[in-house]
Design a binder for this molecule. Structure first.
Ligand SMILES: NC(=O)c1ccc[n+]([C@@H]2O[C@H](COP(=O)([O-])OP(=O)(O)OC[C@H]3O[C@@H](n4cnc5c(N)ncnc54)[C@H](OP(=O)(O)O)[C@@H]3O)[C@@H](O)[C@H]2O)c1
Length: 416
């Protein structure tokens, strides 16, 4: 019989199916809330027990996402206090909502996975006994729905992670561990935004305006639109970001720094001179879209996530009967719009949040078919978890998506 190790060194794995007592984890505690570079701390933590519908995965690599910038800040939600209120005892947060790894243990009700399978993990969690879920309805609307590694503890910034079995999907064979860990959260979110909200799902020859084209969501959205035969037009804030957007399939790229009308609109918009000045700026931006798509071709879908700063323009440039679909408010939550464009042009303003199992499976197929590349730009060491999130907070991170090595050997490092 194999002895149970106390803990194994980072970058190594115990024999398949052997679970050490402890694991290394990058831990956030309330007393450390603040700048991400200081909030994450390497600790030894007891490996968690799993439930009947759960699996324990040895993490090979973890993906970096904006949600753990928020978790580190303790703002706008203190995720630890929120879980403590629900009865979870841990006074710490192990974040990480993307992972690639190897299944090490399965709960007694799990029939779709075996120890040793190589998987990628999606971050949609819900209670299988939730009446909404049991009724077969979209679990992303269920009261019990949470985001793994943000609203849940035991995320992927640790040697072992605890997930529900349905979160595991086959790891694409042509990708290495760090590429495999980089895409799921942003790509599945982008997939739902672009394909789920019928009849406004992306179709052949549709123009789609994509904010933050070189970012995590944006790099995925460009490729998903392209795969559907649409015309992706990306927006960025500097000339050097244009190249990656074009490489991924953008029909053209707009530099938002060439325009000045950004920000929330105020009630002053009711004054004719203020309205005229604002619409002048928004029209100039719309003309930049026409310069790429052709005169009069407005976006059928505007792919939104900056929020406060851009929503008024997104709604303005959206085609009649089209949709602004939004999953975040990175620049602020006070979204404003001139309602006349909403009702007169019968546009749709649609919220969207992560993805259900079907969305994730369909997206993973696009990756397996090599139609969507993870756009991995940089792989960090485990001890650089805080740094990677700090760069993201300051919008100084490299283009595309980032990964952190956990159990994977350091051989593949230094991609940047
Ligand atoms: N609800 C969900 O399910 C979900 C899922 C994934 C992500 N999110 C959220 O979505 C947001 C973006 O995530 P991400 O991973 O794509 O982050 P990211 O890689 O940092 O990309 C965000 C992009 O936003 C652009 N941006 C920044 N300030 C802007 C401004 N003032 N106006 C217009 N664009 C601006 C930046 O591009 P330029 O500076 O080049 O314009 C940046 O590349 C985050 O808030 C994240 O939490 C939500």
């Amino acid at each position: 019989m194999t002895d149970i190790p106390e803990i194994v060194p980072l970058g190594t794995l115990p024999p398949l199916g052997v679970i050490p007592k402890k694991m290394y984890a990058q831990v956030v505690r309330p007393e450390k809330f603040g700048e991400p570079k200081d909030a994450f701390k390497l600790e030894e933590i007891q490996v968690p027990e799993i439930g009947d519908d759960e699996v324990l995965v040895a993490v090979m690599a973890a993906g970096v996402n904006y949600n753990n910038v928020w978790a580190a800040l303790g703002y706008p939600v203190d995720v630890i206090a929120a879980r403590n209120k629900k009865g979870e005892p841990e006074k710490f947060h192990i974040g990480g909502s993307d992972a690639s790894g190897i299944v090490y243990k399965v709960g007694k009700d799990v029939s779709n996975l075996k120890v040793g399978e190589e998987v990628v993990i999606h971050c949609g969690m819900w209670d299988r006994n939730d009446p909404w879920v049991k009724a077969g309805k979209d679990p992303m609307f269920a009261n019990s729905q949470i985001i793994y590694g943000y609203e849940s503890n035991w995320g992927s910034f640790a040697q072992f992670t605890k997930v529900q079995a349905h979160q595991c999907l086959p790891k694409p064979k042509h990708l290495n561990w760090e590429q495999s860990a980089a895409y799921m959260l942003v790509a599945a979110t982008a997939y739902r935004m672009l394909h789920h909200w019928k009849p406004n799902d992306v179709k052949k020859d549709d123009v789609v305006l994509i904010w933050g084209g070189s970012g995590g969501l944006g790099t995925m959205a460009i490729q998903i639109v392209k795969a559907a035969g649409g015309i992706p037009i990306a927006v960025v804030s500097s000339e050097d970001k244009k190249e990656i957007c074009m490489k991924l399939g953008a029909a053209g790229v707009i530099n938002r720094n060439n325009f000045k009308h950004w920000g929330a609109i105020t009630s002053d918009i009711n004054k004719p001179e203020v309205f005229a000045s604002w619409t002048k700026g928004a029209r100039e931006f719309g003309k930049a879209i026409w310069d790429i798509a052709g005169k009069g071709k407005n976006p059928q879908i505007v792919f939104e996530h900056p929020g406060e700063s851009t929503v008024p323009t997104s709604l303005f440039v959206c085609e009649t009967g089209g949709m602004v679909v939004i999953c975040a408010g990175t620049t602020g939550f006070n979204a404003t719009m001139d309602l006349r464009y909403l009702w007169m042009r019968q546009k749709r303003f649609q919220g969207s949040h992560f993805a259900n199992d079907d969305n994730c499976r369909d997206l993973n197929q696009l990756v397996i078919q090599k139609k969507v590349d993870p756009a991995l730009s940089r792989t960090f060491k485990f001890e650089e978890t805080g740094l990677s999130h700090q760069l993201m907070k300051e919008n100084k991170h490299p283009h595309g998506n980032m990964s952190i090595l956990v159990g994977a050997p350091s051989l593949n490092m230094g991609i940047s």
